[in-house]
Design a protein around this ligand. Sequence first.
Ligand code: GFB
Length: 317
Amino acid sequence: MLDRTLKIYIAGHKGMVGSAILRKFKSEKFQNIVLRTSDELDLRNQQAVQLFFEQEKPDIVVLAAAHVGGIMANIQSPAVFLYDNLMIQNNVIHFSYLNGVRKLLFLGSSCIYPRLAPQPMKEEYLLDGKVEPTNEGYAMAKIAGIKLCEMYNRQYETDYISAMPCNLFGYEDNFDSVSSHVVPALIKKYHRAKIEDLDRVEVWGTGKARRELLFVDDLADACLFLLENYHKKDFINVGMGIDVSIRELADLISCVVGYKGETIFDTTKPDGMPQKLMDVSRLSNIGWTFKTSLCCGLELTYQWYLENYNKFENNYK
Ligand code: GFB
């Protein structure tokens, strides 16, 4: 078990993933958590990151800071996804090493795998083929992050581990109509359609693409589990090992929201990767499995949206 007095820096604590990890660590009574907002510390800025690490000297680093977005955001600004993420992870990993960080957890994404990888995707399929073009910038950055951790471990004998979560959703997600991921986008669309009594909701793509979706608080639980139980090994998948089609997901979300109208599919919009289902046996073999079913996670997220939606929906108070 990790000593609760260790100094832990959670990079990216304002985002969906980082805030879930912060909640988890607080609930587990960690007493010495270091945080910086992106206004206080721009992780792309090498000198600022150097100074921060020299001053704070954390024992453990959780690298949840990243430039993230859904399929459309990735298509629109691939250079930003590649550049920002490379800069953030290079700075945080390198200055962690130079300042004696004992353990670092790097968070990636299932989009690192080849577009046409056999399903479910095992960790060893990395770099067996070309990645999905809609998220190439993000995937390349995350692959570089995995390799950076692996090579620092190899050359410097550090203990930097990488977790690759499947698609995530939950509290503090981004509900922007264009740049969000599918779950917040559909919660917002179905909720608006219910309130405005609209006949139909438009969902992007064919509805046939398949995604594995994990509630973000379960990911946070897995992160602590990995920090405590996984050492100096290859990267590891984190997910449920179950996927759904976007059509099934849309039906589930419309049901959770209580929308009674029709769903239509806009096939001019991209599907992205045809399927992203991970093999999670490496993780289950060491003793971790998910706790929140998809349906339950969607209900919790919709509840959170209703309680917080003035933040996103000033027109729908
Ligand atoms: O969540 P999403 O943007 O992520 O889209 P990706 C998942 C699927 O949902 C795609 C469909 O097939 C979308 O076409 N979809 C349907 C929608 N309606 C909507 C909608 O209104 N909004 C959105 N966003 N999707 C991202 C990557 O890929 O996933 C990132 O681009 C990252 O790099 C992230 O890996 C986890 O799974 O397609």
